[in-house]
Write a protein of this length. Structure first.
Lengths: 321, 324
């Protein structure tokens, strides 16, 4: 059984005070998104700004209240939980954020930041035990145990991300939603954090929902990858299959847009025309049809559903699948 | 023989802080030939942006250029008056930045912002300048340019705003365009559009480009020659293909190995190589020695007390490392 099962997740944000679209307009941030994550597995979620990938991640923890859909985590229906039970289940589902500067309280010592979850969930019986646990966690993420007495602002970006990871690990979670965890870091530091996340996964049998806009990073760390465009998953496949055999024309364009760090590689590039349409008024039918190089007239009418083109490889495109 | 357009010699720039001076750029030498693209790559705080701002004389207090020459077509820009510099800036040398929203004026229509530069530098009449502005917007492939010219920056998407920035920068046919992380704030499909646009305009207008980025992929696809900066210094310089095929400096080698590559099919997933540790502080007096020494896998005794000079072990390939 999957650790996490998301079915038909939808989140619409109301747009207020918008003279042009009038009252009652809604941004379709996430629309009918379904996927599963197994124990110890990494699912990558890629897409450009506004694709709904972060909203999806936050909805799973109900940090954002979904409009509709089902979220089943470890056999429990997350959508039906009251506040108390939600707190309990968040012990098993943690999140780390992109900006290690904004997500750590500068007035708190590292010890307090990391031990907050231990206190809330009563995971230590004495102050001494709590401190020991914090020291062990800091060592696990590659920081010295005595950094617990310092404040977050005294650390560099990469070290702060390690503190954020230690905080998430403190409650022994089964799933970590990693929302652009390395995007704000320099490449040499980025590699350190990616390796750390991989080691921790091995050690603690963690599952990750790894959200990022950087396709190279996602391919490196994920077992399977889902591609989002304007609130929808357009393709989901085992990582290597997606990169070797991208089937949705959007995935193809996305992959061919990534600059390759090798000047001798010359590739045919699929350049997309135009910009992202407005999410308040998304295109009818397939939302990609306004920019799609292979669209046919019926793409503007037909909603696309995911179809399986190879084992585990699903594509929402009527032309290709 | 290609003509030298710009030559920077021994550039030093500092920022004065309460904790003492920060040496943001330390003895940087570089040159750009007519029509070529020079890339500067490095991580945050390595001095690549400050180098660019110093060339443009746009560095602001508490920062200042403390030493060095910036020779453009035989003239030392560092010695020009502010008034003389204004005639160069925007006309001979233009610059585009990472975030177009901070460099565009939010209350002036896009077309008028381009026209202003044309009136100032080319002495065009306002109506002619406006007509030329629409041509420029067409040149940077903004659809429906006539209508867009009458819109304000906030009405455009990020990619369109960067196109407007490029149109302003190119309006007076500069000989050199300095592009500081021009696509970093953009999505990858929009980045591909903008890089392709810059490449084709560069060829068409025969200008040189100084491209500053932290992205090895962007450098590989855009630059002909590359400078690698680390902790305020140039550590390596080479033609782009040679740099990627045979990097000499241990920092460059580490950097290239630490990026995940989607174009390579690894049989089993490889672990990323990392560079241990972090960048040294540039505050106060910096002791002599190689600044990469504490993170370097090949460190030798000499590295800790003697600063390696830039040497040229192969024609056109320079490196600051005691290994060579």
């Amino acid at each position: 059984m999957a650790l996490l099962e998301v079915r038909n997740l939808t989140k619409h944000f109301p747009v207020r005070d918008d003279l042009l679209s009038g009252k009652g307009a809604r941004v379709h941030a996430v629309d009918d998104v379904s996927f599963t994550i197994d124990r110890g597995e990494t699912l990558g979620l890629v897409g450009e700004s506004g694709s709904g990938k972060s909203t999806t991640g936050r909805s799973i923890l109900r940090l954002i209240e979904p409009t509709s859909g089902e979220i089943v985590f470890d056999g429990e229906d997350v959508m039906r939980l009251d506040r108390g039970s939600l707190r309990r289940i968040r012990r098993d589902m943690q999140i780390i954020f992109q900006d290690p500067y904004a997500s750590l309280d500068p007035r708190m010592t590292v010890e307090r930041i990391v031990s907050e979850g231990i206190v809330i969930h009563g995971l230590a019986t004495s102050a001494g035990e709590r401190r020991e646990r914090v020291a062990a966690l800091l060592t696990t993420v590659g920081l010295s145990a005595d950094s617990m007495r310092r404040y977050a602002h005294e650390f560099s970006g990469g070290q702060r991300q390690r503190i954020g990871i230690a905080r998430a690990l403190a409650v022994n979670p089964k799933l970590i939603v990693a929302d652009e965890p390395v995007s704000a870091l320099d490449v040499s530091i980025q590699a350190q954090i990616i390796n750390l996340l991989e080691d921790l996964q091995q050690q603690f049998e963690l599952a990750y929902l790894f959200i990022a806009h950087d396709l190279s990073v996602v391919e490196h760390i994920s077992r399977r990858v889902a591609v989002m465009y304007m609130g929808r998953i357009v393709e989901i496949a085992p990582a290597r299959a997606l990169y070797d055999n991208p089937t949705h024309p959007y995935t193809e364009a996305l992959l061919s847009s990534v600059p390759i760090a090798d000047p001798t590689v010359k590739r045919a590039r699929v350049l997309l025309e135009g910009d992202l349409p407005s999410p308040v008024n998304p295109p009818s039918g397939c939302r990609f049809h306004t920019r799609c190089p292979i669209a046919v007239p019926s793409c503007a009418q037909n909603e696309q559903v995911l179809k399986e083109v190879a084992p585990g490889h699903w594509v929402a495109c009527q032309v290709r699948a | 023989m290609t003509e030298r357009l710009l030559e920077v010699r021994n550039l030093d720039a500092q920022f004065v802080t309460r904790a003492g001076p920060v040496h943001a750029v330390d003895g940087v030498d570089l040159h750009i030939d007519q029509g070529e693209t020079l890339g500067i790559i490095g991580e945050s705080g390595c001095g690549k942006s400050v180098t660019a701002l110093s060339i443009m004389r746009l560095i602001e207090r508490p920062g200042r250029v403390v030493a060095g020459e910036i020779i453009y077509k035989g003239k030392n820009l560092a010695a020009l008056s502010s008034k003389q510099m204004r005639r160069i800036r925007g006309k001979e040398i233009s610059m585009i930045f990472q975030d177009p929203m901070t460099s565009l004026n939010p209350v002036v229509r896009c077309g008028e912002q381009i026209a202003e530069a044309l009136v100032l530098h080319e002495g065009l009449r306002w109506s002619d300048a406006l007509a030329r502005a629409v041509e420029m917007l067409t040149l940077v492939r903004i659809p429906d340019a006539r209508r867009r010219a009458r819109e304000y920056p906030h009405q455009l998407s990020g990619g369109m705003r960067q196109r407007v920035m490029i149109a302003i920068a190119l309006s007076c046919n500069p000989k050199l365009l300095i592009a500081d992380e021009p696509t970093t704030a953009l999505d990858v499909t929009i980045q591909a559009q903008i890089l392709e646009l810059l490449n084709s305009l560069k060829r068409r207008l025969d200008m040189a480009v100084l491209l500053i980025t932290h992205d090895m992929g962007v450098i590989a696809e855009t630059a002909q020659r590359v400078i690698v900066m680390y902790a305020a210094k140039v550590v390596e310089e080479a033609p782009v293909e040679e740099l990627f095929r045979d990097p000499l400096h241990p920092y460059t080698q580490g950097l290239l190995r630490s990026i995940p590559r989607i174009d390579l099919t690894a049989k089993d997933r490889q672990r990323l190589a990392t560079i241990p540790g972090t960048v040294p502080s540039l505050k106060g007096d910096i002791a002599p020695g190689c600044r990469f020494a504490t993170r370097c896998p090949f460190v030798m005794p000499v590295c800790s007390y003697k600063t390696p000079p830039l040497t040229e072990p192969r024609p056109g390939h320079r490196v600051a490392c005691w290994l060579y």
